[in-house]
Design a protein around this ligand. Structure first.
Ligand SMILES: NC(=O)C1=CN([C@@H]2O[C@H](COP(=O)(O)OP(=O)(O)OC[C@H]3O[C@@H](n4cnc5c(N)ncnc54)[C@H](OP(=O)(O)O)[C@@H]3O)[C@@H](O)[C@H]2O)C=CC1
Ligand SMILES: CC(=O)C(=O)O
Ligand SMILES: [Mg+2]
Length: 783
């Protein structure tokens, strides 16, 4: 089977497996009990019906309309496959529905209509207005699509857009602006050739002209050749772009052109045509699924080309997927009555600008690349960039408000942005808060496992983002080589090898070893062993933190948990005030962050110990600016079982409440009850959790906690940050085996905040004074 056959088979299997197709409808309300049914349907449902009857606006309050978009097609121009009919177009429409949902949390019904007559089509779509908050017209051929869209825009009061026209125009315009900048060309000077004069092409040309391109510099070709003044077969849209010329082939038209825009059919452009273009050409071959010319061929033809296609498997994917989810999100959120020019231009600007900002590592990881940055192979954001939603949707919403088509306004844009991020389920909210807290007072963080590419990348990111001053421990040459090979810039980041034979390091090992010996001399350690232990990076790193040469230690990526925690306990030790040491996880779930403990240290805590753990976690949660609401979990509810395990949890809760009466804390309680307001209200109205869900979950033992966090991570799709070690005198944190760059970076943020909580060292002062730091910097600069 060749590559093409394999791709075909995989695509068919993907669509056919399990429940056929790509979408299903999921209820948003409980519909399990007889009571639920009587509310969801008759008789209860009559109440919202009558409310909406009295006030039609309430349809947005009591139904899904406000977040529901129709993706509507008649299948007359499906991708570049042509008029394949409404049924054959359905996989594409379902696909658009999936993209609306995953990128912008917009629900979609795909509607394939068996109607080619524009007049009848308009009547059908118009009649759907009560159901939907917005209409995305899709894959309807030109010239009918122009009439259909115009009529519907005039006659409907919900946002409506023909995506092949405007979505494509917006994305390709953003890409064009950036490509022109890189090729050092001006939009009003460039010669543009457009192949295709259909829905997408006509709309793109109009937007480029609005952005400054000159009509007289644009040659447009359709299936019959150049659109010129001697042709008698042109519709109104095409007539707008006639040039005074004799008939001409595409080969002739492309000679010396600066820009080629392909919105026609696959494989219509040859390498020779690209070769004949002007210096530093721009080629956007956007036909789907096959572009006018392949990415490889264009690059083979010209080294100086900037090339984009509509496909996801090459750089520069110029595809309307970058627009429609976010444009509709912004439009729906302000209840815009239309999608107007101001909103489209705002989207263009936001997309063009986003491309120039630093690409987060999560995007590099998603595309398995090292350093995606603005340049010939990155002129437009990547579709998997999670920032698109919070960049483009607010820009569109703002433009809708300013241009007077919004029926709702947004007062707090920061809150709106947070709400957008929450929609994606990433819960950047907490991470952003942690990030800005760390950035306000960055600390020196030692990385014990620096001979690791992921650690190096996380350290570089931490340094660049100003959240920490990393110090790397390991073989200096090895680290330098790794950094070079992987394009990691370590300038400004000190590197030190605890095994080094140089005098200064040896003296330091002696000094650290002596201190270690004093701490452990009656605990089985002799002086020789103590000094030797300092060649070990975790021991050395712990000692740096203990002696104030650093503020925090990150370790454990390549060693067992116990091998990291032991030196931390022996060298740094427990904070006696904390009572206990415990391991907490932050789980970023769709319902918001949950703090879980103890999943790492105490196997079977007694009531007193569980109370200590609870208070430790509550204190840490407050440090993140969150008010803790604790559920002490069990298999029983408020004494429903008199087993020793259940009683232990109830007793622990009693101790917590005696010590901290104001801490919201419930137990013994099952998760099902703790998270279900209705059950609580009905059966346990006295509970402190009646007024809000818990965010801290304390488990009765290590096994249940560890299993729960693993399950949440694996089955519940929650991201985990941790384990966050609580109860040590100083900030030491241990990475999970195989942690990603993002999770290491998150642990750096946590360690900095922990260090902030634990000491008041003025970092700048300390850095300036520290002979170590000066030496590290020298080592690093010599690299
Ligand atoms: N990357 C992206 O985001 C998007 C890509 N597209 C792609 O653009 C293409 C066109 O889509 P759309 O505008 O919706 O479809 P339309 O049917 O409205 O337009 C197709 C146009 O292509 C022209 N055409 C067909 N064959 C040739 C040829 N051999 N040489 C020159 N022109 C030709 C047609 O000419 P005539 O008028 O003479 O029939 C027509 O003008 C498709 O491949 C589609 O997948 C579309 C939207 C978004
Ligand atoms: C991407 C798209 O909408 C198309 O090719 O038709
Ligand atoms: Mg389309």
């Amino acid at each position: 089977m060749n590559k093409e056959q394999l791709r075909r088979q995989q695509a068919l299997e993907y669509h056919a497996k399990g429940r056929p197709g790509k979408i299903e409808v999921i209820p948003t309300k409980e519909a399990k009990t007889q009571r639920d049914l009587s509310l969801a349907y008759s008789p209860g449902v009559a109440e919202p019906c009558m409310e909406i009857f009295r006030n039609p606006e309430d349809v947005y309050k009591y139904t899904a309309k406000g977040n529901l978009v129709a993706v509507i097609s008649n299948g007359t121009a499906v991708l570049g496959l042509g008029d394949i009919g409404p049924e054959a177009g359905k996989p594409v429409m379902e696909g658009k529905g999936v993209l609306f949902k995953i990128f912008a949390d917009i629900d979609v019904f795909d509607i394939e209509i068996n109607e080619k007559d524009p007049e009848k089509f308009v009547e059908i779509v118009k009649a759907l207005e009560p159901t939907f908050g917005g209409i995305n017209l899709e894959d309807i051929k030109a010239p009918e699509c122009f009439y259909i869209e115009k009529r519907l825009k005039e006659e409907m009061k919900i946002p409506l857009m023909h995506d092949d026209q405007h979505g494509t125009a917006i994305i390709s315009a953003a890409a064009l602006i950036n490509a022109l900048e890189l090729q050092d060309k001006k939009i009003d000077k460039v010669q543009i050739v457009v192949n295709g004069a259909g829905a997408a092409a006509i709309s793109c040309i109009k937007l480029y002209v609005a952005l400054g391109a000159k009509k007289e510099n644009i040659k447009v070709f359709d299936s019959k050749g150049l659109i010129h003044d001697e042709r008698t077969d042109l519709d109104e849209q095409k007539k707008e772009f006639v040039v005074k010329s004799k008939p001409m082939t595409l080969d002739e038209g492309m000679k010396n052109a600066d820009v080629f825009i392909g919105l026609s059919k696959g494989n219509t452009v040859s390498k020779e045509m690209v070769k004949s273009m002007a210096k530093k050409p721009i080629v956007f071959a956007m036909a789907n699924p096959d572009p006018e010319i392949t990415y490889e061929d264009a690059l083979e033809a010209r080294k100086d080309v900037i090339m984009g296609t509509g496909r996801s498997d090459y750089p520069n994917q110029i595809n309307n997927v970058l627009g429609f989810p976010y444009i509709f999100r912004g439009a729906l959120d302000v209840r815009a009555t239309k999608i107007n020019e101001a909103m489209k231009l705002a989207a263009v600007k936001a997309l063009a600008e986003l491309t120039k900002t630093t690409v987060p590592d999560i995007v590099n990881m998603a595309y398995n690349e090292k350093n995606i940055s603005f340049g010939p192979s990155y002129i437009i954001p990547k579709p998997l960039d999670p920032r698109l939603l919070s960049y483009v949707a607010p820009a569109v919403a703002k433009a809708a408000i300013e241009s007077g088509v919004a029926q709702h306004t947004i007062a707090d844009w920061d809150a709106y942005e947070e709400q957008l991020n929450k929609r994606l389920g990433i819960d950047n909210q907490l991470l952003r808060a942690i990030g800005s807290k760390a950035r306000k007072d960055p600390r020196r963080v030692v990385f014990a496992d620096a001979e690791n590419v992921k650690v190096l990348k996380a350290a570089q990111l931490a340094y660049e983002e100003g959240v920490a001053y990393p110090i790397l421990l390991g073989d200096v040459n090895n680290i330098k080589d790794m950094a070079d090979v992987n394009g990691i810039d370590l300038d400004g980041i000190p590197v030190l090898d605890p095994k080094s034979k140089d005098k200064e390091t040896e003296a330091m090992r002696q000094q650290f070893g002596e201190l270690f010996f004093q701490k452990r001399q009656r605990k089985g350690l002799n002086r020789y062993e103590a000094v030797k232990a300092m060649k070990e990076r975790t021991h050395f790193g712990c000692m740096m933190v203990e002696t104030g040469e650093a503020d925090a230690l990150i370790s454990g990526l390549s060693r067992k948990y116990a091998d990291t925690i032991r030196p931390a306990l022996q060298i740094i030790g427990k904070d006696e005030k904390a009572g206990k040491i415990a391991g907490m996880y932050i789980m970023l779930t769709k319902r918001g962050p949950l703090f879980l403990a103890d999943a790492t240290v105490n196997f079977n805590p007694k009531a007193e110990e569980l109370a200590d753990i609870t208070q430790l976690v509550a204190k840490e949660v407050r440090a993140f600016g969150i008010t803790p609401r604790v559920a002490m979990l069990s298999y029983s509810n408020f004494g429903s079982s008199d087993s020793p395990e259940a009683k232990m949890v109830a007793k622990a809760r009693e101790i917590v409440k005696q010590r901290e009466p104001n801490l919201v804390c419930e137990g013994d309680i099952q998760p099902l009850v703790a998270f279900n307001k209705e059950i609580l209200k009905e059966n346990y109205p006295f509970s402190e959790l009646v007024n809000g869900e818990p965010n801290v979950l304390i488990f009765p033992n290590l096994a249940s906690s560890n299993i729960a966090y693993n399950l949440l991570q694996e089955v519940g799709d929650a991201d985990a940050i941790g384990p966050i070690l609580l109860g040590l005198k100083k900030s030491v944190h241990i990475l999970q085996l195989g942690s990603s760059v993002r999770s290491i970076f998150n642990m750096v943020l946590i360690s900095v905040i922990d260090a902030q909580m634990k000491g008041k060292t003025d970092v700048d002062e300390a850095i300036i004074k520290s002979p170590w730091w000066k030496r590290f910097r020298k080592v690093s600069h010599d690299m």
